[in-house]
Design a protein. Structure first.
Length: 480
């Protein structure tokens, strides 16, 4: 049965019709003027159809706005520019002499209405959003963090600094997760279910269905429970089709709630307990089944654990020397001692470059050496990079022997062997890689049987072979 809410939910579907049709009509009009052809009938049909569908979108949009889940001022801007687009579309249909100018104004107003619609759906910064989480948080959604400079907080920090440094789990760990995975539907711009997650006040307030956060009780908090529902469940969050939280992200939220969901700085010891654990142990502590745990992605879990390691500062002078030889070296994150190394700009590769990199062997997490004459002996040197998690050796000269060296790397998760001479013999060593999650084997010497054996022994391993199918030769037509 069609209710007003149901009709309102059709707005995102209907709205694309007038956008496409009106733009198409304007393009036809331009073509008519440039090529001097008669397209009046087609133009008229486009603007009439576009205007009618725009009117239908306005009705559906108005019904959708009655839910109260969207920021009122943006809704108002979107509503009036949408109505203006509809009116201008009809004027263009009936107009004669100034038709092309009315059409141009229609397209401009349509673009503005579309921008406001995008802001409602994806947030006001969707078009020119910054990559810096801290910059956005400071300028927009989390103004209350500025209150941390108040006398009360200063007093709290001063009283505890003697025993341990203070850290801010909510600001530094919880906020980035909520921002990246939840704000699109639960912030000042859009409030699905009447719920906002962009400040302490609103998180504690909850939504139309009540509180979502029960401090100290993660398994009873809808904020955590809904993350762990099957993705097909209607209450699963984020909804199917949206970016899902990883194991580590769920674990951080779970541990934060279980420790009282503090919105103020705490001692460093508590933070280290929160982040030093992996996703599985944190979740197991709450009695969640292994089936649920295995359904949660864990792509960044191992890398984040490595980044928590205490490591001496990277040798700055050695980095400078290597960079002068066109080796790109960049930190994994700001102020980190771990780096990513890329040889893509090295025009004259020599094995001695790896010897010069040895002082950095514990600092390298990602290493890219594509299209270089890398040998098996070079890979033997790389096998001492104990914190390496991603290795790109595509289009190099390595053989199966190289994999025998790499199997002892404890943290290697991704390995690209595209365009190398790796065969089924080397696949036997891949079985022994302790942390390997993805291997790229396009255009190598592997066979279908070899891949099948590998997948049988390591069913969780993702083997990328480029989407092609192995084709066995047809021996029935061979002349004897």
């Amino acid at each position: 049965m069609f209710t007003s809410d149901t009709i309102g939910h059709f707005h995102p579907l209907i709205i694309h019709l007038p956008i496409g049709i009106l733009l198409f009509g304007f393009l036809l009009m331009l073509m008519q003027h440039v090529r001097k052809v008669d397209l009046e009938a087609a133009v008229s049909l486009a603007f009439l159809t576009g205007s009618i569908t725009a009117a239908a979108a306005c009705v559906a949009g108005w019904l959708l706005a009655q839910s109260g889940e969207y920021e009122p001022s943006l809704v108002s801007y979107h509503q009036w520019t949408g109505l203006a687009t509809t009116a201008l579309g009809f004027l263009t249909f009936f107009a004669g002499k100034y038709r092309i100018w009315l059409a141009a104004i229609t397209v401009i107003v349509l673009s503005v209405a579309g921008h406001f619609g995008g802001s409602l759906t994806h947030g006001e910064d969707y078009l020119f959003s910054s990559k810096s989480v801290s910059e956005i948080d400071q300028k927009a959604a989390f103004a209350e963090f500025q209150a941390l400079d108040s006398g009360a907080v200063h007093s709290q920090v001063a009283n505890t600094q003697k025993s341990a440094p203070m850290v801010f789990v909510y600001r530094d760990e919880v906020v980035p997760i909520l921002k990246n995975k939840c704000y699109s539907c639960h912030s000042a711009t859009k409030m699905k279910g009447g719920l906002r997650l962009d400040s302490e006040e609103f998180i504690k307030k909850g939504g139309k269905n009540g509180r979502v956060l029960l401090e100290g009780h993660p398994t009873d908090s809808p904020l955590i429970k809904n993350l762990l529902l099957p993705i097909e469940h209607e209450d699963h969050m984020p909804p199917k089709g949206k970016p899902q939280l990883t194991r580590r992200e769920i674990s951080i939220l779970h541990a934060w709630v279980s420790r009282g969901a503090s919105f103020v700085p705490q001692k460093e010891k508590a933070e280290r307990q929160l982040l030093a654990v992996s996703g599985v142990p944190v979740l197991l502590d709450s009695g969640i089944t292994s089936e649920v745990i295995n359904s949660i992605p864990s792509q960044v879990q191992l890398e984040q654990q490595i980044l928590l390691k205490d490591l001496p500062s990277i040798p700055a002078e050695r980095v400078k020397v290597l960079q002068q030889k066109n080796i790109l070296i960049t930190p994994m994150k700001e102020s980190s001692s771990f780096v990513t190394v890329n040889f893509v700009n090295v025009s004259a590769y020599e094995s001695s470059l790896l010897d010069e990199m040895m002082p950095l062997e514990k600092h390298v997490m990602w290493l890219r050496m594509p299209d270089k004459p890398v040998t098996d002996e070079d890979v033997r040197k790389i096998s001492t990079f104990s914190n390496l998690t991603r290795l790109h050796l595509e289009n190099t000269t390595i053989t199966d022997q190289a994999l025998g060296y790499l199997k002892n790397l404890p943290h290697l998760e991704q390995l690209n062997l595209y365009g190398t001479a790796i065969s089924d013999v080397g696949l036997r060593d891949l079985v022994l890689f302790p942390a390997l999650q993805v291997v790229y084997l396009w255009q190598t010497n592997i066979t279908e049987d070899g891949v099948a054996r590998l997948k049988k022994l390591r069913p969780e391993l993702r083997v990328e072979i480029g989407g092609f199918r192995f084709i066995k030769p047809d021996t029935s037509t061979i002349q004897k």
